[in-house]
Write a protein that binds this ligand. Structure first.
Ligand code: GDP
Length: 205
């Protein structure tokens, strides 16, 4: 898929503030610092579309971007973020979970994990929750440039082993690097393929 346009739409603090659910939507989520903003900027070919962790005062909001005037990309607040209070965290967790469960136009969620780390409890639990709620998702192994291909294969295998304890199969997965652009084509093609499958569903007719 070629990205012709990528526009910021709005930041929403609450579900009721979200833009109308009239276009296919793809959400990106992961632990703070996993490389989510960098990935979104890499996918859309924009330097600063999503604000990176280093942006001062980055708040925990749901950010909507409109891509090619055709589909929404949503940047969800990173989880496992230590710099906010416990009650704040619980509130965001609730908000994100109701977004994921109730957003009617959400087609797929990309769950980002840092390719360098062993399967983390917080990520595995989140995947389990997604599965239990039948929310379609794919895994993106980020920062692949920091590993050799052998190390990378080992890390993916470790995830597979961990996931196959609970699941019949591994969800679709991608390997990405915001430095080299690895994964860009595969992820965008996947989105395009899902958009095509949806066909006229969102044409409003
Ligand atoms: P976020 O908190 O998930 O939005 O993460 P950021 O996109 O802000 O990235 C966190 C840190 O990881 C920053 O220092 C990035 O430069 C770095 N980073 C992100 N993606 C990559 C990647 O693909 N490769 C490498 N080497 N570093 C990355």
């Amino acid at each position: 898929m070629k990205i012709n346009r990528a526009e910021f739409v709005k930041s929403s603090k609450e579900i009721k503030d979200l833009p109308p659910a009239n276009k296919p939507e793809y959400a990106f989520i992961g632990r703070s610092n996993v490389g989510k903003s960098s990935l979104i900027n890499m996918l859309t070919n924009r330097k600063n579309l999503a604000k990176t962790s280093s942006t001062p005062g980055k708040t925990q909001l749901i950010n909507h971007f409109l891509i090619n005037e055709n589909w929404y990309l949503t940047d969800l607040p990173g989880y496992g973020y230590a710099k906010t209070s416990k009650s704040n965290r619980a509130e965001f967790r609730k908000m994100i979970r109701s977004y994921l469960k109730e957003r009617p136009n959400l087609v797929n969620t990309f769950l980002l994990v840092d390719a360098r780390h062993k399967p983390q409890k917080i990520d595995l639990e989140f995947m389990e929750w997604l599965g239990r709620n039948r929310i379609p998702f794919a895994i993106v192994f980020t920062k692949a440039d920091k590993l050799s291909s052998n190390q990378l294969a080992k890390q993916i295998k470790a995830y597979q082993t961990e996931m196959l304890r609970q699941w019949a199969s591994m969800p679709p997965y991608f390997v990405s690097s915001s430095v080299s652009g690895l994964g860009r084509k595969a992820i965008l093609d996947y989105i395009e393929q899902l958009n095509t499958q949806l066909g006229q569903h969102f044409s409003g007719k």
